[in-house]
Design a protein. Structure first.
Length: 298
């Protein structure tokens, strides 16, 4: 499957998962929701491997790396992100998440010793500007208080772990590790880490009562985790974690298109200009438009 098709799959699925997440909030503790989501996803991948006869045996050094990636990506990132959304609006989360691209660029350079690709840096700058314009009207809802600062801290920390998870995943895939098996082990390790935390904390273990919750968790597990993360990791293998991370700037646009249909979201001139900048940034980051400077810092 082409990179464009994989990118579109990830953006379209993650652009709709926010609807499912809203059905989870307030039902049980957010960390338990994360654990259930990725436990189910890991179970589905395990069954898929068993049915297809795919071996889950991998070298010990890869298990160590997959455990670290799972803890960062599927454990800490999502747990902190779910918690942060109790204190800050989604517009601010979208804007801050766009900075994850720069985290990826730096960590990729430091940890993997791979060059900084300037087209990604420049493209991300246009993308961040676009996201800021798209969500500009919503920033008027912000209220400066300690809860806002706490929410921002949680979100920024989650993006740092996301960057680490991205780079570690790229290192694992560089060894030729199959994507399905890697995701199975990483999600399993991530789920175990969350469940272990929940066991030693004062989180109430209760079962959700609304059928909407179970429908939402099914969508998040199958589409948002198994399919979308499978496509995402294939992109990481084929393009690198820095370029792949640009999807975090694209799927908020999909989310707004969905919101326009189902919630009557009102578009402004700034929003339309913002979409143009995101698309322009994507074209630059993916090498569709050249920039007049060296493409990498070695």
């Amino acid at each position: 499957m082409s990179n464009s098709a994989l990118f579109a799959i990830v953006a379209l699925i993650w652009g709709t998962t926010w609807i499912a997440i809203t059905f989870q909030l307030g039902e049980i503790h957010p960390i338990l929701s994360v654990a259930i989501r990725f436990s189910l996803a890991a179970a589905i991948l395990g069954i898929f491997c068993a049915v297809r006869g795919l071996s889950l045996r991998l070298p010990k050094h890869l298990h160590i790396k997959m455990a670290a990636a799972g803890l960062c990506f599927y454990g800490l990132e999502y747990s902190l992100l779910y918690l942060s959304q109790q204190y800050i609006i989604s517009a601010l989360v979208a804007l801050m998440s766009s900075g994850m691209i720069y985290i990826n660029v730096l960590l990729r350079r430091v940890i993997l010793k791979k060059p900084i690709r300037m087209e990604v840096v420049v493209g991300a700058a246009f993308g961040m500007l676009g996201i800021g314009l798209i969500f500009y009207p919503e920033f008027s809802q912000l209220k400066a208080d300690t809860l806002l600062v706490f929410g921002i801290t949680l979100a920024l920390t989650s993006f740092l772990f996301a960057g680490l998870g991205n780079v570690l995943s790229e290192r694992i895939l560089d060894y030729g590790t199959p994507v399905v098996q890697m995701n199975f082990w990483a999600m399993s390790y991530g789920s175990i880490s969350i469940l272990a935390f929940a066991l030693v904390s004062d989180i109430d273990w209760v079962l959700p009562t609304r059928w909407e919750y179970y429908l939402a968790i099914s969508y998040l597990s199958i589409f948002g985790s198994v399919i979308a993360f499978g496509a995402y990791m294939k992109l990481v293998r084929q393009m690198g974690s820095d370029k792949t991370a640009y999807v975090v700037l694209v799927y908020p646009i999909v989310a707004l298109l969905v919101s326009t249909i189902f919630e009557g979201y009102q578009w402004y001139l700034a929003s339309l200009i913002g979409v143009f900048f995101v698309i322009l940034g994507n074209a630059i980051a993916m090498g569709k438009l050249s920039i007049k400077r060296r493409s990498a810092v070695t």
